[in-house]
Design a protein around this ligand. Structure first.
Ligand code: XMP
Length: 324
């Protein structure tokens, strides 16, 4: 019978046998999957696992600092990489969703390549990292197969594949047979920070695909503030754990409002909360009106640049969870 404990025990043993004295390089995303995969690898090979965490400037508010600190607390051999300028620069003026994903995917590879070179340089003479660790889980494999059908790509998820040939690293994916709930159970057995284990899924391209239209630092800041209010209220009201995924979307329109005696012409954000098992289908969540009212008031009163909040009542299909 499958239990998280037997999975951990047999996987750590297999990883030890497979990796021997080899070094592994791994980029962590702050999400459940890559974190649990890294902790498993760390159990097997200790500091021969070299992790890094990239700030692409499109994470949630304060997330980079918090996640990096909790990785350090968990004892992982990790480095933070600040690559905000690179991502903002390459994304400037780009509005088309697939274009954004391509730029972000390519930039991740460049940052990865740079970080991997740094790590290689620090290894003892004659040693070379041969492996790339990844947090791929079973549904990632299924979805990447299904979107590559003859009907063309639906969305190019950058998590699977995308590794340039010249990097010549062999891929190691300790979670590739597991579903999300199993990954969480394994993480719990491994004492992974509950804040990371309970986190909603967050797309690799981050807030870039929650800002419709082109991305500016100002829009990122506004969205981060609004989203922070939304997520905090979900947590305080007990709704966060009942929702599979929630997020705030910055819309590419301005609308008229009044503030005191003044007419305003400001931005609109949409709130999204969905229930789902695997992200393939999803229903919008009937959050209580009182909670929505509180969140809307707080956002409009505290986030300069927003004068209207709307709630997304679309399910998947035919809508998707993200707006891009
Ligand atoms: P959609 O919008 O396709 O999202 O209903 C399904 C799930 O996938 C996430 N998502 C992504 N994750 N890179 C990712 O790593 C992406 O480009 C991407 N696009 C969507 C989305 O957040 C949801 O959990």
């Amino acid at each position: 019978d499958w239990t998280p404990d037997t999975f951990v025990e047999s996987t750590v043993q297999e990883l030890k046998e497979q990796l021997g004295d080899d070094h592994v390089i791994m980029a962590l995303s702050g999400g459940v999957d890559s974190t649990v995969a890294a902790v498993l690898l760390h159990h097997a090979i200790g500091d021969k696992l070299h992790c890094f965490f990239v700030d692409h400037g499109l994470l949630r508010k304060d997330e980079y600092e918090q996640v990096l600190a909790s990785y350090k607390d968990m004892g992982l051999n990790i480095k933070g990489v600040n690559a905000k300028e690179l991502f903002y620069g390459r994304l400037a003026g780009v509005s088309e969703p697939e274009q954004k994903r391509k730029i972000i995917g390519a930039s991740f590879i460049d940052v990865f390549d740079e970080a991997a070179k740094e790590i290689q340089k620090e290894l003892p003479e004659g040693t070379e990292a041969k492996w790339l660790g990844q947090g791929t889980i079973y549904p990632d494999i299924i979805e990447s197969i299904s979107v590559k059908g003859p009907s063309a790509t639906i969305k190019s998820h950058h998590n699977v594949g995308g590794l340039p040939d010249y990097m010549k690293l062999k891929v190691i994916e300790p979670l590739k047979t597991l579903f999300k709930d199993e990954v969480r159970r394994v993480g719990k057995t491994l004492d992974v920070d509950p804040n990371i284990l309970g986190r909603h899924p967050f797309p690799g391209p981050g807030l870039a695909i929650r800002i419709l239209g082109d991305i500016t630092e100002e829009k990122v800041r506004i969205l981060q503030e609004a989203d922070d209010i939304y997520v905090r209220n979900l947590k305080e009201s007990g709704w966060y754990d009942k929702v599979w995924q929630a997020g705030t979307i910055f819309l590419p329109v301005q609308s008229v409002g009044v503030m005191g005696d003044e007419r305003t012409y400001e931005h609109v954000v949409a709130l999204r909360a969905v229930g789902s098992l695997d992200g393939m289908t999803a229903d919008w969540i009937h959050l209580p009106y009182d909670l929505l009212a509180k969140i809307s008031n707080e956002i409009i009163n505290h986030v300069k640049g927003i004068n209207r909040v709307v709630y997304d009542i679309s399910s998947k299909p035919p809508a998707t969870i993200e707006w891009e």
